[in-house]
Design a protein around this ligand. Structure first.
Ligand code: HEM
Length: 548
C-alpha cells in the first residue's frame, strides 16, 4: 500500500509556529488555572510571568502595591518560578524557628548561573547543602562570639573614622560629600579588615583617586601604587556585585551565545577570577604567617585567623559547638574563602545603607537628633576626642532604639526568602516541598495591627518603656512574634548582626558628638536601589563642626 506523505515546505513554517505558540500558551494557562492552592495575584504571561508588571517599580514598591490589591497572602511569578508573598506575622509561624529540624532551612533556590559565578555552594548565605552550611556557619558564630572580637571591631572602626575625618577636613565644610559613596568605602574597609586582618585602604583610595585625584601626587610612588591597587580591588568587588543579576536571571545558553551578554559574561568571569585569586592569596599568606608565628606569641582576632586556627592546636576561639567528628575538623582553604568572601559582600552594602538611612531620618527629625546627642553627651562627656570603648557602646540605648526605628521605616532587608524542605500548612493551604515564600517585612513593620501609629517616626517605641509610657506603646510592649526584622530570624539569622550594630553605633557616636550634618536637599526623598535589599546609592551632605 502506498503511503501518501504530504509535502512540507518553508511556507508551512509560520503555520507550525502559530500552532506551537497556541499549544504552548494553552498549556501554560491550563497549568496556571489548575495550579494547587490558587491564591490572589496578578495573572502571569507565558515565559516572563509577572516580571513585565514590575517595570518602573522597585521590588519593595511593587510588593506594597500588590499587597494593597491582593491582601496578606498573594502570589507572583518570576519567569516560571511561583512565589508566595506573606504579609502577616502568623503566616510566618514556622519560617523563623531556631531548630535545625526547621522545615525552612533554605533562603533562596540556587541557579546553575550562581554556581558558575561562585556565589553558591560555598560559605553560608547561598549554601543549600545542610551539612556543609552547618559546618561553615559554626565558624562564623565562633569568630564573632569571642569577646576580644568586639573590642577589635570598635578599635578599628574608631581608627578608620579618625582617618576619614582627616580627608573630610581636607575637603572643607562648604563642600558637598556623597555620604552614600563614603559609607560604602568605610564599611567595605572595616569588614575587609575584620574579615582578613588586612587593611585594604578603601577610604584613602577613594579620597586620592576619586574625590581629589590631584592629591595623589603628594604621595610617594609606593603609596600611589598602593592607592591604585586598592581602588582597582574595590572596583572589582563592585563589578562582581553588579554581575550577580546576570547569572541569576540568564540561562547558560543566553550567557554563552547571545551577543552583548556573551561579552559581558566573559568580562564578569575574568573579573571574578582576578578578585577570587586576590582573596585566595591573602588566605595563603595568613596561613603561612600563622605557621611561622612562635607558639607563645598571641595571634590577632580577625575572622580569617579564627577560621584558619579553628579546631587546630593554635585555636584562638573560646567557644566550641560540636562534639561531632565531622564538625570538629579544621577548615580547608576553599571553605575559608567562602566565609571570608561572604563577610565582605554581606557586610558592606547593608551597614553603609543603614547608616545613610539613619542620617536621613535624624536630619528630618531634629527632636530625635537632640535626644540622641543628649545621650552621647551623657555617655562620652565633653571630650569629643576620647576614643570609644565597648562599655560606652553598650550604654547607648537610645542610639539602639534610633537604629531599630529607622529600620522599621526603611528596612534594608525589606523582604527575606524561604524555601520549604517538606510540605507545610501556610495560611490554611497545604504547600508542597520546594515552595518558595517571601516574608515581606516592609509591610508587616508598618501595620497598625502590630504597631502604634505606624507612620510616626519615634524611637521611643523601642526605648526603655517607662511606667508613664504605659499606654503609649502598648502594642510594642507585647513583642508580638514575627512583627519586626532587621537581621532575619531562625537558623539563617544574620551572623554579622552584633558586629553591624557595634559598627553603626560607633560611627553614629563619632560623627554626631563632633559634627553637624546638613542634607544638601531636605525635600529630596532618599535615593536607593531596590533589588533583594534596599541599598542607598547617594546621600549628598555638608559636614561642619558641631555648634553646641
Ligand atoms: C546592618 C547591617 C546588616 C543587615 C541589615 C543584615 C541583614 C541580614 C539579613 C536580613 C539576613 C538574612 C537572614 C535570614 O534569612 O533570616 C542576613 C544574612 C547574612 N548576613 Fe547579614 N546583615 C548585616 C550585616 C552583616 C555583616 C556585617 C556581616 C558580616 C559578617 C553579615 C553576614 C551575613 C551572612 C554571612 C548571612 C547569611 C547567613 C546564613 O545564610 O546562614 N551581615 N543578613
Amino acid at each position: 500500500m502506498a503511503i501518501n506523505i504530504l509535502p512540507f515546505g518553508f511556507s508551512d513554517i509560520p503555520s507550525l509556529l502559530i500552532l506551537f505558540i497556541i499549544g504552548y500558551v494553552s498549556h501554560f494557562y491550563y497549568r496556571y488555572f489548575t495550579r494547587i492552592n490558587p491564591i490572589p495575584g496578578p495573572i502571569p504571561l507565558p515565559i516572563v510571568g509577572n516580571i513585565h508588571q514590575k517595570i518602573g517599580y522597585s521590588l519593595g514598591e511593587w510588593y506594597k502595591l500588590l499587597h494593597k490589591q491582593y491582601g496578606d497572602m498573594f502570589e507572583v511569578n518570576y519567569a516560571g518560578q511561583r512565589i508566595v508573598v506573606l504579609c502577616r506575622p502568623d503566616l510566618l509561624e514556622n519560617m523563623n524557628t531556631t531548630s535545625t529540624k526547621t522545615k525552612y532551612p533554605i533562603r533562596f533556590n540556587n541557579t546553575e548561573g550562581l554556581v558558575e559565578y561562585g556565589v553558591s555552594a560555598v560559605g553560608v548565605g547561598h549554601n543549600n547543602v545542610p551539612k556543609s552550611w552547618k559546618f561553615n556557619r559554626q565558624f562564623f558564630t565562633q569568630a564573632m562570639l569571642t569577646p576580644s572580637f568586639n573590642h577589635q571591631a570598635i578599635e578599628w572602626t574608631y581608627e578608620l573614622w579618625k582617618e576619614m575625618e582627616i580627608y573630610w577636613n581636607k575637603i572643607g565644610e562648604n563642600q558637598e560629600l556623597d555620604l552614600g559613596k563614603w559609607m560604602h568605602r568605610f564599611t567595605n574597609e572595616i569588614i575587609f579588615n575584620i574579615a582578613t586582618g588586612v587593611k585594604n585602604n578603601s577610604v584613602a583610595a577613594f579620597y586620592y583617586t576619586v574625590v581629589d585625584p590631584e592629591s595623589i601626587k603628594t604621595l610617594d610612588k609606593t603609596e600611589q601604587a598602593k592607592m591604585e591597587y586598592s581602588e582597582e580591588f574595590v572596583q572589582s568587588i563592585e563589578t562582581y556585585m553588579s554581575g550577580v543579576g546576570y547569572f541569576f536571571v540568564l540561562n547558560k545558553f543566553i550567557r554563552n551565545n547571545v551577543p552583548f551578554f556573551r561579552e559581558k559574561i566573559k568580562m564578569l568571569l575574568k573579573n571574578k577570577e582576578t578578585l577570587f585569586n586576590r582573596i585566595r592569596k591573602i588566605i595563603k599568606e595568613r596561613r603561612y604567617e600563622i605557621e611561622n608565628t612562635p607558639l607563645d606569641q598571641p595571634l590577632r582576632h580577625d575572622i580569617l585567623t579564627s577560621h584558619i586556627t579553628a579546631n587546630t592546636p593554635r585555636d584562638i576561639n573560646i567557644i566550641k559547638h560540636s562534639d561531632d567528628v565531622d564538625m570538629s575538623r579544621p577548615m580547608v582553604d576553599k571553605e575559608i574563602f567562602g566565609n571570608i568572601f561572604e563577610s565582605i559582600i554581606a557586610g558592606t552594602d547593608t551597614s553603609a545603607s543603614v547608616f545613610c538611612f539613619v542620617v536621613y531620618f535624624l536630619e528630618h527629625h531634629p527632636e530625635v537628633k537632640k535626644r540622641l546627642r543628649q545621650e552621647l553627651d551623657e555617655v562620652f562627656g565633653n571630650d569629643s576626642t576620647k576614643p570609644i570603648t565597648f562599655k560606652e557602646i553598650e550604654e547607648l540605648h537610645y542610639c539602639d532604639a534610633v537604629i531599630k526605628e529607622v529600620n522599621r521605616h526603611s528596612p534594608v532587608a525589606f523582604m527575606i526568602g524561604r524555601v520549604s524542605s517538606e510540605s507545610d500548612n501556610v495560611g490554611g493551604c497545604e504547600w508542597p516541598k520546594g515552595s518558595v515564600f517571601h516574608m515581606y517585612f516592609g509591610s508587616i513593620m508598618k501595620n497598625k495591627n502590630y504597631w502604634t501609629d505606624p507612620e510616626k517616626f519615634d524611637p521611643e517605641r523601642f526605648y526603655k518603656v517607662e511606667e508613664s509610657d504605659k499606654d503609649k506603646y502598648l502594642l510594642e510592649k507585647k513583642k508580638l512574634k514575627n512583627t519586626y526584622s532587621m537581621f532575619g530570624g531562625g537558623i539563617r539569622m544574620c551572623p554579622g548582626r552584633k558586629l553591624a550594630i557595634i559598627e553603626l553605633k560607633c560611627l553614629i557616636a563619632c560623627i554626631y558628638r563632633s559634627y553637624d550634618v546638613d542634607l544638601v536637599d531636605y525635600d529630596a526623598p532618599i535615593k536607593y536601589e531596590s533589588g533583594f535589599i534596599n541599598s542607598c546609592r547617594e546621600l549628598k551632605v555638608k559636614i561642619k563642626p558641631r555648634s553646641f
